[in-house]
Design a protein around this ligand. Structure first.
Ligand SMILES: NC(=O)c1ccc[n+]([C@@H]2O[C@H](COP(=O)([O-])OP(=O)(O)OC[C@H]3O[C@@H](n4cnc5c(N)ncnc54)[C@H](O)[C@@H]3O)[C@@H](O)[C@H]2O)c1
Length: 252
């Protein structure tokens, strides 16, 4: 048996989108702690640079790579010349939260933005990194998805859920199409994460009561799952949607 590598991602270059805060920040720091060099993307350059600096201060290797993932030219310019081994498509919440709304009242530009951010950007970045990954015979593509992809919720997130479900479908196809070339593709579908509302708020307490383990998810836990999927130890996992939600039961 091979011993477990202490830094299983040594020598890999990872791109984490929307990593200037929240879940993406946790993913970026875990990948760096596992030995990857991390390109920290965000719409906000100050946030991308701050997370990259935080990682370097902790002894990791990272740089800020700010661009708008919904902008095709900006993505091509930023990523075109980089040899990205691990792509984590985490950006999925527009600035301001994406204005959840009952679907019939949702302005077309709002639902279009959900599709641009959660589906088209994933397609575009996958197209940018897959050719190099295939040439090198190794790659990882991870979509950060949501339970909203596979359950109906009456909280104004129909377009978001539909776009995430489209991303999961794309991932399944990519995993099967490119598995023979050494590339795996998987989705991590998150339940509610810590940071929504205030602790002690009755609405948050109600949400927590719906989670069998009695608490919400933490960015570090998503990061550790990404490390596993991206490492050799996770190489058998391909074309899957894995729910990180503490066992929250599906259905209405
Ligand atoms: N927080 C939750 O409860 C939860 C639950 C399920 C799934 N998720 C998923 O987890 C991921 C991260 O969510 P979060 O809660 O950490 O979000 P967040 O709002 O805390 O952070 C999102 C980051 O993405 C950046 N961003 C937004 N649009 C961008 C763009 N066009 N290009 C580049 N960067 C952009 C923002 O500037 C921000 O820094 C998302 O895909 C989200 O759908 C979150």
């Amino acid at each position: 048996m091979e011993p477990h590598a202490a830094r299983p991602l040594e020598g890999r270059l990872a791109l984490v989108t929307g990593a200037g805060q929240g879940v993406g920040r946790g993913i970026a720091s875990c990948l760096a702690a596992a030995g990857a060099t991390v390109a920290v993307n965000d719409l906000a350059p100050t946030r991308a640079d701050a997370v990259a600096a935080e990682i370097r201060d902790a002894g990791g290797d990272a740089f800020g790579l700010a661009f708008d993932v919904t902008d095709a030219d900006a993505a091509q310019t930023a990523v075109g010349d980089l040899e990205i081994d691990i792509l984590v498509n985490n950006a999925g919440v527009p600035p301001g939260g994406g204005r959840p709304n009952r679907f019939a009242q949702m302005p077309p530009e709002d639902w279009q933005l959900q599709i641009d951010l959660n589906l088209a950007a994933l397609m575009r970045l996958a197209q940018l990194v897959i050719p190099g990954q295939a040439e090198r015979g190794w790659g990882r593509i991870i979509q950060i998805s949501s339970g909203a992809s596979s359950r109906g919720l009456a909280i104004g997130v129909a377009a978001y859920g539909a776009a995430k479900a489209g991303g999961e479908a794309l991932i399944r196809h990519l995993g099967v199409e490119y598995g023979p070339e050494g590339i795996t593709a998987n989705s991590l579908a998150l339940g509610l994460m810590e940071g929504v509302g205030r602790a002690g708020d009755p609405a948050v307490d109600r949400l927590i009561r719906g989670v069998p383990i009695g608490r919400l998810g933490r960015p570090q836990e998503v990061g550790e799952a990404c490390v596993w999927l991206a490492s050799e130890a996770g190489g058998l996992v391909n074309a899957q949607v894995i729910h990180l939600n503490g066992g929250t039961v599906f259905g209405r």
